[in-house]
Design a protein around this ligand. Structure first.
Ligand code: PEP
Ligand code: MG
Length: 547
């Protein structure tokens, strides 16, 4: 039986159905009151809870293999750690704390000690927090936060997911992903697309669906149908891909390079398999979402070379760390800011910690040599020509020949001529450009419509950059999610884009669409979209212009 259909924003195509598994919300910090009536009895609750949690983790370890098994075994040992239990028990007796609060505080002490020890031990802080949350949840009778272990193919339902959680999803178990929050260009959406998991974000009313057994999810049109009773388990079938030659051309021979966005060696291999001509955006921060310390130059060199190797002899644009906002890196984003998207992030962080940038550039240059890829670098979150020039100097000093910047802050688009005159190329980040021009957080479902890349105001800014790039004879690429929409890709070409970079799965459809239109049609479509009164009118008019 199916219930009322919900609508959200489809961000990763495919239709799938299956039983629902909910991602529990983060636990609130346990309160230190009321004091237990019987502290001895309260303290005695801790050991059995720890044993239960450790036992569950050991069971999971036994069923896993490889690295997952080792991680689970270590976490199980940590949950049963006599020192942690003894310290928590002592806090209950000495300070009359409730058991959950005592565990919270004892774990905090352990985490601080590990952090101070640095190195490998500091990397265990995350595990201490994981164990702490499991113990606290057990003591409070709540579900532990985060993605639960999946025993079979499931549809995951969450308020939102952190990029690190999404990156860790197993596409063979996760049939689809639906979130109440999140925008179409949030990094969770981007990662879901890269993993090929159908996904819908900004799905209002999702968390109120408490009595459903399953969901039918359409990641293309953004609909979610609740199912009560037996649920058919169906994975998204691979759609028949349109034919595409593997190179970007319009019908009248205008060349547009079609490139892949990557964040890992796996993405790079998928890009090559899909026919990418190179990489237009390598998000290096995706390699370090879980790192607690700055990786050494040697480690970065190996990690980057692995991603570059599949593209030996082909162009790859490596973006330096874009840390901050929804992609915080523990070793860089140490300040708490009221508005992280508007704070010291991206290049601003590199300017504040130039040593980190210099070491990264050294590793990138070395990885370029190791892999044989034709590497350029670019900086994220550039606002002024002065910042762009600062970055160019640093990159050239590290031996990188071709240096560009992303245009994803409206100020940079409005200063396109000045910016372009100091760099070799620009790449448009339409995701952030939309977020900043509409003052609409890309992670917030309630403003998802403003982050629609079909918004004419966004396209007008793209047009400004396109005009400057044509005038100065410098390439303008697009690596935001706008490039992955086949009709919008034609508009971007009409606005002057000489390359388009997207998730690997989008390449054949974009390549085939581009091969069905002339440059003239793209330019007419571009003028139509820029002049449209709103995003819906822009889509309709462009569809008509492209035929
Ligand atoms: C490509 C972009 O960068 P990211 O999505 O990583 O912020 C963008 O902002 O459009
Ligand atoms: Mg960006």
């Amino acid at each position: 039986m199916s219930g009322t259909r919900l609508s959200g924003v489809g961000v990763s195509p495919g239709r799938a159905s299956g039983p629902v598994v909910r991602v529990a919300e983060p636990l609130p910090e346990p309160p230190s009151t009321p004091a237990p009536a019987d502290p001895a009895a309260e303290a005695a609750r801790i050991r059995p809870a720890a044993e239960l949690v450790a036992g569950r983790l050991r069971e999971r370890a036994a069923a896993a293999d490889g690295e997952a098994r080792a991680v689970l075994e270590t976490t199980a040992a940590m949950a049963a750690d006599p020192a942690l239990i003894a310290q928590a028990e002592q806090l209950v007796s000495a300070r009359s704390l409730p058991a959950a609060r005592a565990v919270h505080e004892a774990a905090a002490g352990f985490a601080t000690a590990l952090e101070a020890a640095g190195g490998y031990l500091a990397e265990r802080v995350r595990d201490v927090h994981d164990v702490r949350d499991r113990l606290v949840a057990e003591l409070l009778g709540l579900t532990p936060p985060g993605v639960p272990e999946l025993t079979g193919p499931s549809v995951l339902v969450a308020r939102d997911l952190a990029p690190a959680d999404t990156a860790g999803l197993d596409p063979s178990k996760v049939l689809a992903l639906v979130t109440e929050e999140g925008g179409p260009t949030s990094h969770t959406a981007i990662l879901a697309r890269a993993l090929g998991i159908p996904a819908v974000v900004a799905c209002r009313g999702l968390l109120e669906l408490t009595d459903v057994d399953g969901l039918v999810v359409d990641g293309e049109d953004g609909t979610v149908e609740p199912v009560v009773g037996p649920v058919t388990v169906r994975a998204a079938s691979a759609e028949a891909e349109p034919t595409w030659s593997g190179e970007g051309w319009t019908t009248d021979g205008h060349r547009v390079k079609l490139l892949a966005n990557v964040g890992s060696a796996e993405d790079a291999r998928a890009g090559v398999a899909a026919g990418a001509e190179g990489v237009g955006l390598f998000r290096t921060e995706f390699c370090y979402l879980s790192a607690t310390e700055e990786p050494s130059v040697a480690a970065q060199r190996v990690a980057y070379a692995e991603v570059l190797a599949p593209f030996a002899g082909r162009p790859v644009v490596v973006r330096t760390l874009d840390a901050g906002a929804d992609k915080p890196l523990a070793f860089l984003n140490t300040e708490v800011e009221p508005n992280p998207a508007l704070g010291v992030r991206g290049l601003r962080l590199s300017m504040a910690a130039a040593g980190v940038l210099d070491r990264q550039l050294e590793a990138i240059a070395a990885a370029a040599e190791d892999s044989g890829a034709d590497v350029s670098v670019m900086a994220p979150m550039v606002a002024t020509a002065e910042e762009a020039a600062w970055f160019v100097d640093r990159a050239r000093a590290a031996g990188v020949a071709r240096v560009g910047v992303m245009v994803e802050v409206p100020a940079a688009a409005l200063s396109a001529r000045e910016v372009l005159s100091v760099v070799d190329f620009v790449s448009l980040g339409t995701n952030d450009l939309a977020q900043y021009v509409f003052a609409a957080d890309r992670q917030v479902g309630g403003v998802a419509e403003l982050n629609d890349p079909w918004q004419p105001a966004l396209l007008r800014l793209v047009a400004l950059v396109g005009e400057a790039a044509t005038e100065l004879g410098k390439p303008m690429g697009v690596c935001g999610e706008a490039a992955a929409d086949p009709a919008l890709a034609c508009v971007l070409v009409g606005l002057g884009a000489s390359s388009l970079s997207m998730n690997a799965a989008a390449l054949p459809r974009v390549g085939a669409r581009l091969a069905s239109v002339s440059l003239d049609q793209c330019q007419v479509a571009a003028r139509t979209a820029v002049a449209a009164s709103d995003r819906v009118a822009a889509r309709t008019a462009v569809r008509a212009a492209l035929g």
